[in-house]
Design a binder for this molecule. Structure first.
Ligand code: URA
Length: 432
């Protein structure tokens, strides 16, 4: 097949055949198609979209691009959790040890940063020694040792997603519903948990900016899961501002440890508990007993103790003092007073990337110490000059004055308080 013709057909809005989709995925995983052609196809899909049949073909071809671990057969109770991506979203780091501390095993195939969002794998890389490139038997070993396995896409498992993910990250081709569905569901199905909790993000810091688009994404993800026999619970959640108050790799590990210690950012804690409730409900608990047990595990130190076990079982050092620290911090003052009416989450995410917390080109090294802290949340009353955020600068050379101005502009301050937005916009349950 001449792959240029397939790119041209998608460019012109035509449907790809199953053979063309398979050739695209095979070419990505085995290196037979170069990055320029893969990127052109990704952009064509991003602009033209894909039909349900093309999306299902993509999911299946990407799922089958590597091994199939079938962990749900070995550990039928295991639950997986995935977010569609947002800023300040360190839920996975809390969810895994917290749910495991309640006796429900957690298997996760996580991703690195994508576009303006920071990914779980990059955050885990901030923990000295933490290893996420695992084989299937190592994943089972981690589950037996600590009740949690967190793995990365690799040459062994989901290699097509590994390749396309890295390309999407640096070619502005992330916010495409079919590509998001294929990326998430292919790796979930390759790992093979029978139960899945999805967090579909909606708002300025997410890839879906409106509830309608988020609902379409949720329905598409759930449709693929249900066709594969997976039982899913999905929350559509607010990302109209960063979820937690920290962005960046080491920063978000610290945010997770704070929540696991029974304190931490209120919104991050609340959403994590709600997603964990869904995970325990999938394991047969009632929502009420699940919520009570989760709160108990956060309060009595067992969630934090499980975190240390999870880190050790993955080869890491749980000593928080070994996390990277920024070389300097710069405050972002409010230009005038009023109420914070809106926060441009994507804008703040790109500032974190500019500081080094994400990649601008393939192969960029992520600065684990870089990021930012958010001091003002939507609805807060602000005095002129009050700090809205702190930029945390690592070793990348940056134009700090420009970043400070961009960060200040990401906070829209008005005379009246905005209406309150709930953290959870919808709860969708689906049985296989
Ligand atoms: N998470 C993924 O794994 N892939 C996406 O495309 C978005 C979020």
């Amino acid at each position: 097949m001449n792959f240029v013709e397939a790119i041209a057909r998608k460019r012109d809005g035509l449907e790809l055949t199953s053979a063309e989709v398979q050739a695209f995925v095979r070419g990505a995983s085995h290196g037979q198609i170069g990055d320029e052609q893969l990127a052109a196809m990704l952009m064509a899909i991003c602009i033209r979209g894909a039909s349900e049949r093309e999306t299902q073909d993509l999911v299946e071809a990407m799922r089958d691009s590597g091994a199939s671990w079938k962990l749900g057969e070995a550990v039928p109770d295991a639950v997986d959790k995935h977010s569609t991506g947002g800023v300040g979203d360190s839920v996975s780091l809390v969810f895994a040890p917290l749910v495991a501390a309640c006796g429900v095993p957690v298997v996760m195939m996580a991703g690195a940063g994508l576009g303006h969002t920071q990914g779980t794998l990059d955050k885990l890389a901030a923990i000295p020694g933490f290893r996420t490139v695992l084989g299937g038997s190592e994943a089972l070993d981690r589950l037996a040792r600590c009740g949690v396995s967190i793995a990365a896409q690799s040459e062994d498992i989901a290699p097509a997603d590994r390749k396309l993910y890295l390309l999407r990250d640096v070619t502005a081709t992330v916010p495409s519903l079919p590509l998001i569905v294929a990326s998430i569901m292919s790796k979930k199905l390759a790992v093979g948990a029978h139960r899945l909790v999805l967090d579909v993000k909606c708002g300025s810091g997410a890839f879906c900016k409106t509830p309608e688009v988020a609902r379409r994404l949720a329905d598409a993800l759930m449709g693929v899961g249900q066709r594969a026999g997976v039982t899913l619970r999905t929350l559509i959640t607010d990302m109209s501002q960063p979820l937690g108050d920290r962005l960046g790799c080491a920063n978000e590990v610290r945010a997770a440890i704070e929540v696991l210690s029974g304190a931490g950012d209120r919104r991050l804690r609340e959403l994590t508990v709600e997603l964990a409730v869904e995970g325990l409900v999938l394991a047969g608990r009632t929502a009420e007993s699940a919520r009570a047990e989760l709160e108990r595990r956060l309060a009595d130190g067992s969630a934090l103790a499980r975190w240390a076990e999870v880190v050790r079982a993955h080869g890491g050092d749980p000593d928080e003092s070994r996390l990277a620290r920024p070389s300097r911090t710069v405050l972002v003052p409010a230009r005038h007073g009023g109420f914070v009416a809106a926060i441009d989450g994507e804008g703040l995410g790109w500032i974190a990337v500019a500081l080094g917390a994400g990649r601008r080109r393939q192969g960029d090294r992520v600065d684990l110490s870089a990021g930012l802290r958010v001091h003002a949340r939507v609805g807060d009353r602000i005095e002129p000059g009050q700090p809205l955020a702190t930029l945390e600068v690592g070793d990348r050379s940056v134009e700090i004055d420009a970043l400070v101005s961009r960060a200040a502009a990401a906070f829209r301050i008005e005379g009246d308080p905005p209406p309150k937005t709930p953290l959870i916009l919808a709860r969708l349950g689906g049985a296989a």
